[in-house]
Design a protein around this ligand. Structure first.
Ligand SMILES: [Zn+2]
Length: 382
């Protein structure tokens, strides 16, 4: 289906949008004539106050009302949404499905799916970055899709999860989407956000500590049996973002975190078994558990201190060399890979720079520099 561009304009938009997410809405305008064309025209004519969207879709047509590189007003008001701020008016495309009186829901729904897929393809946005307005702001929107419990079907029709291959996820902080998928697989029986946060933190700490594995895949294989699920969820994704990107700690005041499987240390009801944990309790303080299951989850032990996570910073890139000849950079990449380090070449200022990881948290970059130097490589943080 074609997207009509007759009413594209800059009205009610602003400069600067990096469209990496798509947010689906329902217009909730049930007037007889409130179709896609009417909405696009109203936006074009400056008749909307404080709201706008990129695309309006109804049961017969679709209209582009704003260029993708401009921001529209659609997820700016928060009612307690868990992705608020992460998905915002400067990194998303707004698609409004119109619900005018007498409309054919199924046709409008299918058209919205089709248009969403077109936008995904055009802008390179994966299916798991397509959200409801509710996901972002906890507003009851798209109200008609939600009222029918139809969002799962929408996600299935646009391709469900994307094909990111978790096998290639490295220690670096950059692949949160893929890690989220692993976390969900691991925490499949955990219903709570705290559960996901706990599992994400465990994986993070095991990667940090080394010895448990060099990659998420390795850590999962060695330490988790539920590894391999293909699905993801917003709660898992958000937990991974919080832990890997923002440095959030489930127990922020714990320096040492211990995680133990329930079967070995719990009383079978999600609480610690004091006898089984006696040795741990002699050394550590019990902090809590994270599961809604009575068979599965983590128990946390740690020393209490006033430690806080380091603040978010710019990406700290670990660089192992800078060359004017590409062959030399390639040679170093080969050597790094042979030694078990992931590495890529970045071209910058006519130089071929060999980068072996990029980290949000400076301490993580420093640890990686140490590992590289221990293996005989030159490494600095840029
Ligand atoms: Zn909405």
């Amino acid at each position: 289906m074609n997207i009509n561009k007759d009413y594209i304009s800059d009205q009610n938009t602003y400069a600067g949008n990096n469209p990496v997410n798509i947010v689906i809405h329902n217009t909730d305008n049930f007037d007889k004539d409130a179709d896609a064309k009417a909405h696009a025209k109203a936006q074009h004519d400056g008749n909307f106050d404080g709201m706008s969207a990129h695309i309006y879709v109804d049961d017969k047509s679709a209209y582009l009302a704003a260029p993708y590189n401009r921001g529209t007003w659609h997820v700016g008001v928060n009612y307690g949404g868990k992705l608020f701020g992460t998905v915002n008016n400067r990194n998303s495309v707004a698609i409004e499905m119109c619900v005018n009186a007498g409309y054919d829901y199924e046709k409008a729904f299918r058209n919205t799916v089709e248009i969403t897929k077109q936008v995904m393809a055009e802008l390179g946005i994966p299916a798991d970055r397509v959200y409801t307005h509710y996901d972002v702001c906890a507003k009851n929107c798209p109200s008609q899709i939600r009222a029918r419990g139809d969002w799962e079907r929408f996600k299935n029709l646009i391709g469900g999860t994307t094909g990111t291959d978790i096998k290639d996820v490295a220690i670096g902080d950059s692949s949160v989407e893929a890690i989220a998928r692993v976390v969900y697989g691991e925490a499949g029986v955990i219903a709570s956000r705290n559960g996901f946060l706990g599992v994400a933190q465990c994986i993070h700490d095991m990667l940090e500590d080394g010895g448990y594995g060099k990659t998420v895949t390795e850590v999962m294989r060695k330490n988790y049996s539920a590894y391999g699920a293909k699905v993801t969820s917003d709660a898992a994704r958000q937990a991974v973002y919080d832990v890997f990107k923002k440095g959030v700690r489930r127990f922020g005041d714990a320096v040492i975190l211990q995680f133990r499987s329930f079967t070995n240390y719990s009383d079978g009801n999600g609480k610690i078994d004091r006898d089984k944990c006696a040795a741990l309790l002699a050394e550590y303080q019990y902090l809590g558990s994270d599961s809604s299951s009575n068979r599965w989850g983590h128990l946390y032990f740690g020393h209490k201190t006033e430690m806080r996570p380091e603040p978010l910073n710019k990406q700290n890139r670990v660089q192992c060399g800078s060359f004017s000849k590409k062959e030399n950079a390639e040679k170093l990449v080969t050597q790094l890979k042979a030694a078990g380090f992931a590495a890529i070449i970045k071209t910058e200022d006519d130089q071929y720079k060999v980068q072996a990881g990029a980290y949000d948290i400076p301490a993580n970059a420093q640890k990686h520099v140490k590992r590289l130097k221990a293996a005989g490589f030159d490494a600095i943080i840029k």
